[in-house]
Design a protein around this ligand. Structure first.
Ligand code: IPE
Ligand code: IPE
Ligand code: MG
Length: 249
């Protein structure tokens, strides 16, 4: 029997562990509002949750995790809020660089998914540098989705495939599901087995549109800054009991 992990600091054991878990980090704004704080404070707290959950995922042995940090639609927000989110992102990357020694043990390989156009040159430099710095780590691949949209990702893939056909490097007969997957940011990674969305919203909001075709979904009313490793365990326990049929019987 798996032990009751909520009362101990031990790493729980799961019968079935998803290979890839996606997190839609939502509810930062409402968390701040509930406390009469500016929305940026919610994002700051949400960033702490992100660090904690990312490290915990590595500890329990999940090989791929994806955190939805900023969508292609989030540019609609006030400039000050967008800047606050980007600045927190920069803080995290600087911290990764400063504490690279600690990551030797954690083994986190960082990867950014999303359209890099539109990201400031300073941030882009940090993204490229941290990706390079962690490229040989192999305990967990931690994707951060920034300026990411599932439809945008598919549109870019279609454009790139069309370009190859035009140049004679590909022919329409070559197009199959594997080829399309290869043209996505997550190329080479397994599709998410489990997608977790807190904050009481029951939608995917353009997250991993192609890749989520057969993902198990887990929703909760908890706001992202309040999301704990116990909540994560609860989602993983629920996942253990799911019967995945993929259209079979
Ligand atoms: C964070 O939560 C997700 C991001 C887009 C950065 P929100 O900022 O959407 O929080 P709510 O949904 O307004 O509470
Ligand atoms: C989804 O949250 C995007 C991220 C978590 C980055 P949103 O707050 O943007 O989603 P909607 O607008 O409620 O669907
Ligand atoms: Mg939201």
């Amino acid at each position: 029997m798996p032990q009751d992990i909520s009362k101990s600091n031990e790493i729980p054991v799961f019968d079935i562990l998803p290979r890839h878990v996606g997190f839609i980090m939502d509810g930062n704004g409402r968390w701040a509002k509930q406390r009469g704080l500016p929305r940026s404070e919610g994002h700051k707290e949400g960033a702490k949750t992100f660090r904690k959950i990312g490290e915990y995922a590595a500890d329990i042995g999940i090989k791929y995790v994806t955190f939805y940090a900023f969508s292609t639609e989030n540019w609609k927000r006030p400039e000050a809020e967008v800047n606050a989110i980007m600045s927190l992102f920069g803080d995290y990357l600087n911290e990764v660089i400063e504490r690279i020694g600690e990551n030797e043990e954690k083994g986190i390989k960082l990867k950014f998914i999303g359209d890099r156009r539109g990201i400031s040159p300073e941030l882009l430099n940090l993204m490229n540098y941290t990706e390079k710095l962690t490229e040989n780590k192999n305990k967990v691949t931690l994707n951060i989705a920034v300026n990411y949209g599932g439809r945008h990702e598919l549109t870019s893939a279609v454009k790139n495939i069309a370009e190859k056909i035009k140049n004679g490097e590909l022919s329409p007969e070559n197009i199959d599901e594997n080829l399309i997957s290869d043209y996505l940011y997550t190329s080479g990674q397994p599709d998410p087995d489990l997608i977790i969305r807190p904050s009481g919203e029951y939608r995917l909001s353009n997250f991993l549109t192609w890749q989520s075709a057969y993902s198990e979904l887990w929703f909760s009313d908890i706001l992202w800054p309040d999301f704990t490793t116990e909540d994560f365990n609860e989602a993983l326990r629920a996942f253990e009991k799911r019967n995945r049929r993929f259209g079979g019987i």
